[in-house]
Design a protein around this ligand. Structure first.
Ligand SMILES: O=C(O)[C@H](O)[C@@H](O)[C@H](O)[C@H](O)COP(=O)(O)O
Length: 236
């Protein structure tokens, strides 16, 4: 089992306040201890306010590497691009000075782009200071989707990133081709912040935590990992 700390908040503002403060401290500590800090970022609605707040802080952003946890294989100006989301939230104001490592490259498929992406990620300091994860109503986290093509590789390889082709569902929408951090890379983080919003997803999280097949709910692989320190942030 991972080391698990659950933080339940009365509302999203309270969650954002504590998340922002802890992210700020992790970046400061990472720079102080190692010269640079690495922040792994997910998309989703839960972290948006904290990203926006963080961007307004006058930190030593030139020594911060921001890198994607996962990405749809779409152009960076696509409205479903996680890269575009990070640019419009975290990489504003002072945050604009951070070094941004993206996943999408010029390869025509995620599979073909994986090697180049792996090379870009291999330049990052490890362990990463913070990895922010979301969770879908299907129990996916990062782009580790249930029964996806590439899931087994993503859960077992010692590489940092891998290409995924998810089974199309209401959760994935029509874009199923993605790049993701592997379980190994997620475990290579000082701390993982798992952000969960609403009662429906809380029930999904509890179901994942209760145990079962990791292929049905890949979040279980993160929750089961002996080396991962997870802090769960939940708000209604
Ligand atoms: O790439 C994606 O498909 C999304 O980023 C997704 O994985 C998201 O992180 C979770 O669904 C959590 O979303 P919320 O933060 O909105 O709960």
């Amino acid at each position: 089992m991972a080391t698990l700390v659950e933080k339940f908040f009365d509302d999203k503002d309270a969650l954002t306040k504590e998340l922002s403060a802890t992210l700020e401290q992790s970046l400061i500590d990472g720079i102080k201890d190692d010269g640079r800090a690495v922040l792994m970022v997910s998309g989703g609605s839960s972290p948006a306010a904290a990203y926006k707040h963080l961007s307004t802080l006058d930190l030593d952003w030139q020594n911060v590497d921001v890198a994607m946890v996962d990405e749809r294989w779409v152009e960076p100006n696509h409205d479903k691009s996680n890269e575009a989301f990070i640019k419009s939230t975290l990489l504003q104001n002072f945050g604009n000075a951070a070094n941004f490592i993206t996943m999408k490259n010029d390869a025509s498929t995620a599979q073909q782009g994986a090697e180049k992406c792996e090379a870009a990620y291999s330049a990052l300091k490890t362990p990463y200071d913070v990895t922010i994860l979301g969770m879908g109503p299907d129990g996916h986290t990062a782009s580790l989707f249930p029964h996806a093509d590439g899931l087994e590789h993503g859960l077992t390889t010692t590489q940092t990133v891998c290409a995924i082709n998810a089974i199309q569902s209401d959760v994935t929408g029509s874009i199923t081709e993605r790049m993701t951090l592997t379980l190994n890379a997620i475990a290579n983080s000082k701390v993982v912040k798992l952000l969960i919003s609403g009662e429906e997803k809380l029930a999904v999280y509890k179901q994942a935590k209760a145990g079962g097949d990791v292929n049905d709910m890949p979040l279980r692989a993160v929750l089961n990992h002996p080396d991962i320190k997870i802090e769960v942030y939940w708000a209604p």
